[in-house]
Design a protein. Sequence first.
Length: 238
Amino acid sequence: MSERSLLMLPLANLMPPLPGLGGGWDGSYKTYAPSPVWRDSTTADVKYQPMPKKQAVKLYHRARDFERRTRQPGKQDGVIGRNGLAALHSLIFDHLNFRTGQLDPAQETIAKKAGISLRSAARGLANLKLAGVLNWVRRCSAGFVNGRYTLEQDTNAYAILPSSQWLGYVEPAEAPAPRSGTWGDHPCGLRHPLTEAATEQREGGGTEAVIRQLELDRPGTVAAALARLGRAMIARKP
């Protein structure tokens, strides 16, 4: 019997059996709930938000930073924990659809991809939710069995929250822009095409190389006109 099925059983199944009677963990006490699903489950469609891969990777590295900051000396886990990071890694890199944002794997699948046990995956997901990194919506599907309306538990729909909503996490400051005139202020090799063409000619470059440099400028400029003139002169040569 799966762990989810055990959670759906009445509390009597968690009590030791009375002398001479069976019961307990074997599930002999049948539930009489019309639909054994979580109370806050919804049958409505969940709307996912797309998340570019670059943003998702950035959030994972910030989660690692969050874990390092909150790990106390002598402790092996912070607020997220090793299981939380493993579960988050599985969610982002194994299950997240970056184009649509759909993220609804089963806990068993998360645990298998993360290489941890089902209980460890459940603890990791709980830590992620408590830290504000992750949230989810419980879902169920409706149907009819023998003419009777029933609900069946479905997988959760997960959402990875922005780091600005993580509890107690301070986002690192963005790197300052380079000062004017320093390395990185502007990309190298993007000088004006006229300057590049003159440098090419001065260094012994051929006519074709000079024209190619002139053609890099936008249409309607002097460099573009010189490039067309050069092409015309080459075409007229016998």
